[in-house]
Design a protein around this ligand. Structure first.
Ligand code: DC
Length: 238
C-alpha cells in the first residue's frame, strides 16, 4: 500500500494508465510502442533515446564513456526535447540541435548500451523517465520499464523475436534509411548488445514476472499492436 502511494506521488498519473513494453534490440519495441501510443492517443517514452542522447552528449563534450560521475552529471542536466516534425515523424533535439538521425545509428546504440551499464547514469535518468507519466496515459518503451521504472504498470509486455529475425529487421530498417549494413556484422552487434544488456549488474533486461511475453517472430507489426491493444482494453477497461 505504502509502495503504491509513493509510486503514485512520483508519477502524478493513475498507475492504470501505463503500458510498459520491454525487450531486446530489434524485437520491434520501437515501432510497436509508437503504434500502441498512436492508437490510444497516449504519450510515448522512448527510454532508449535517453541513453543514446547521454552517450552522444558525452562524445560531443569529449567525456569518456566509462567516466561514471561525469556521465551521470550529463544525464541529470542535459537539455533534450522530443517533438513531432512537420511530416509527423518524431524529432529529437539535444541542446537545441536536431539529432534525430544521429542517435539512430548502430554505433549510437552500442554507445548507449555501454553508458546504460552505469548505476549512476541509470539513477539520474530514473526521475526524468517517470516525469513522462502525465496526461491521458503513457506507453513506455525500454529494457526496464516494467521491472524498475514503472513497476506498478498494469500492462507489461515483453517482446522477443528470434535473433535471425531481429538482425533481418534491423538490416531492413537501415536499408530503408539509405544506410548500407552487413547482415552478418549486424547479427554480431545485436548479440553483443544483448549480452551486455542482459548481463549488466544494474537493471538488466529481464521480463518482469507479471509481463505478458509475445514472440513476434513472423508476426506483422499490426498484429502485435492489436494483441497489445486487446490486453490494454481487457485490463484497463477502455
Ligand atoms: O532501445 P534502444 O535500442 O534505443 O536502446 C539503446 C540502448 O540503451 C540499449 O542497448 C540498452 C540501453 N537501454 C537501457 O539500458 N534501458 C532502457 N530502458 C532503454 C535502453
Amino acid at each position: 500500500m505504502f509502495y503504491w502511494r509513493v509510486l503514485l506521488a512520483l508519477t502524478s498519473m493513475k498507475p492504470e494508465r501505463i503500458v510498459a513494453i520491454d525487450g531486446p534490440s530489434g524485437s520491434g519495441k520501437g515501432t510497436v510502442s509508437r503504434g500502441v501510443a498512436r492508437a490510444l492517443g497516449w504519450a510515448l517514452l522512448d527510454s532508449g533515446a535517453l541513453y543514446r542522447l547521454v552517450a552522444l552528449a558525452a562524445r560531443q563534450a569529449g567525456v569518456s564513456l566509462d567516466d561514471e560521475a561525469r556521465l551521470a552529471s550529463i544525464a541529470s542536466d542535459f537539455d533534450v526535447r522530443f517533438d513531432l516534425a512537420e511530416d509527423g515523424e518524431e524529432a529529437i533535439w539535444l541542446s537545441g540541435r536536431d539529432v534525430t538521425r544521429q542517435i539512430r545509428t548502430e554505433s549510437a546504440g552500442g554507445d548507449a548500451s555501454q553508458v546504460a551499464q552505469l548505476k549512476q547514469v541509470r539513477a539520474a535518468l530514473l526521475q526524468r523517465q517517470r516525469r513522462f507519466a502525465e496526461g491521458p496515459g503513457l506507453v513506455a518503451d525500454g529494457r526496464d520499464m516494467g521491472s524498475i521504472v514503472f513497476p506498478a504498470a498494469p500492462v507489461k509486455i515483453y517482446l522477443t523475436a528470434s535473433p535471425e529475425e531481429r538482425a533481418a529487421r534491423r538490416h531492413k530498417q537501415l536499408k530503408e534509411k539509405g544506410v548500407t549494413a552487413n547482415l552478418a556484422a549486424l547479427s554480431l552487434e545485436i548479440a553483443e548488445r544483448d549480452r551486455r544488456d542482459m548481463n549488466r549488474a544494474v537493471a538488466p533486461l529481464v521480463a518482469a514476472p507479471d509481463a505478458v511475453s509475445i514472440d513476434t517472430t513472423g508476426m506483422p507489426i499490426e498484429a502485435v499492436v492489436e494483441r497489445i491493444l486487446a490486453i490494454v482494453r481487457e485490463r484497463l477497461l477502455i
